[in-house]
Design a protein around this ligand. Structure first.
Ligand code: GLY
Length: 366
């Protein structure tokens, strides 16, 4: 048994569910699955090799359904293949699906569960930092089309989330860093001065332990980030009021950098740069002062993420602005989530000169 206790974060929706965080919490799956007759565990080969047995021990009526690795597997063909395999196995509406893996598994298994028999219950069991603090919470599921990412999907809230932090020990450095950008986002989304979630304090005191993946510190960090996400989702479950869109803080430039793909930035690195850019843009618009910009820089740097685009990559401001205009959250022109006197807000069409200045501040010339 681990000495680190598990924690429960409530997601106050109707019906409510819990995010259970801590080492070895996969063993708690049976309590969440209850008396459902069959359980289809969707995973990928390398993850299943490590953790499927733990689930099989506590879920004797489960069966593993593997999908391919990578973003390329996040498509309708994988959903069809899974649904057909579920049907041949005899999965029915009162049964359940478990999504054991990172964001691709959560999205594909979640969307298949949302549509199979017009909806079967899904338990999310994220195995990456990114999925634990973001994708597995809040019910967004979906797959890509050739025409764009996440174009087909559904809101399908899980019956629970099991964030087993022992799985973080074996993540590649790249996958781990992909989640750290979201951690920086949560720290900066909150009031970093009052720090109600305690994330800023935790990073200040234990930044090194986060980078070394100390199990106790990680359980604490995931719990605090998941709490913010749960609260945002509960106040705007279907992304209608704009509150949920604040989860996109730092992501407008990050998506453009990732789409441009000129260099191999991880998602977390791209979000780190995107957060610094957002702070510089807010500063250029006189929404925040130097002190807030400094706090952005300190938090992104404490997580070992870059504060500007690595040199010599040859991406110019025009290309990035064009890509940001195509960001799916934008309605026509350029839309950002920016800090200001009233917290995070949507800001439409800031002057081009301010955008250029902010891009220059993260190392992108015109
Ligand atoms: N990842 C953004 C959201 O769940 O709304």
């Amino acid at each position: 048994m681990s000495a680190i206790a598990s924690r429960r974060v409530p997601v106050r929706l109707e019906p409510p569910y819990d995010i259970v965080v801590g080492p070895d919490v996969l063993r708690d799956a049976a309590a969440l699955i209850g008396d459902r007759r069959r359980v289809a565990v969707v995973s990928q080969a390398a993850i299943a090799d490590r953790y499927a047995e733990t689930l099989a021990n506590v879920l004797p009526t489960s069966e593993i359904f593997l999908i391919d690795d990578g973003e390329d597997a996040k498509n309708l063909a994988t959903v069809e293949s899974l649904a057909r395999r579920f049907a041949r196995w005899g999965l029915l509406r009162d049964d359940a699906v478990v999504a054991l893996g990172g964001g691709v598994v959560g999205d594909v298994a979640g969307f298949t569960a949302a549509s199979y028999h017009r909806g079967v219950d899904v338990l999310q069991a994220p195995t990456t930092l990114l999925a634990m603090v973001d994708a597995a919470i809040g019910g967004k599921t979906g797959v890509n089309l050739a025409e764009g990412k996440n174009l087909v999907g559904a809101f399908h809230q899980p019956i629970g989330v099991l964030a087993d932090t022992t799985t973080l020990a074996t993540l590649s450095e790249r996958e781990y860093r992909s989640g750290l950008g979201e951690v920086a986002k949560y720290a900066l989304m909150d009031d970093v001065v009052a720090d109600p979630s305690g994330i800023v304090d935790l990073l200040r005191l234990h930044g090194g332990a986060v980078l070394e993946r100390d199990p106790g510190v990680l359980a604490d960090l995931v719990t605090r980030c998941a709490t913010i996400k749960a609260d945002v989702v509960a106040s705007d479950p279907m992304e209608h009021t704009g509150i949920r869109a604040t989860l996109n803080y730092g992501h407008t430039l990050a998506h453009a950098l990732e789409t441009a793909g000129a260099y191999s930035l991880t998602h977390g690195e791209a979000v780190g740069i995107g957060l610094i850019f957002a702070s510089r843009l807010a500063e250029a618009l006189k929404r925040i002062g130097d002190d807030a910009v400094d706090r952005h820089r300190a938090i992104v740097a404490a997580l070992g993420l870059p504060i500007e685009v690595p040199g010599g990559v040859g991406l110019d401001a025009d290309t990035l602005v064009r890509l940001m205009q195509r960001d799916k959250k934008a309605r026509g022109g350029l839309t950002f989530v920016l800090a200001g006197p009233n917290g995070l807000e949507r800001v439409d069409d800031p002057p081009a000169s301010a955008v250029e200045r902010a891009l220059a501040a993260v190392g992108v010339g015109s």
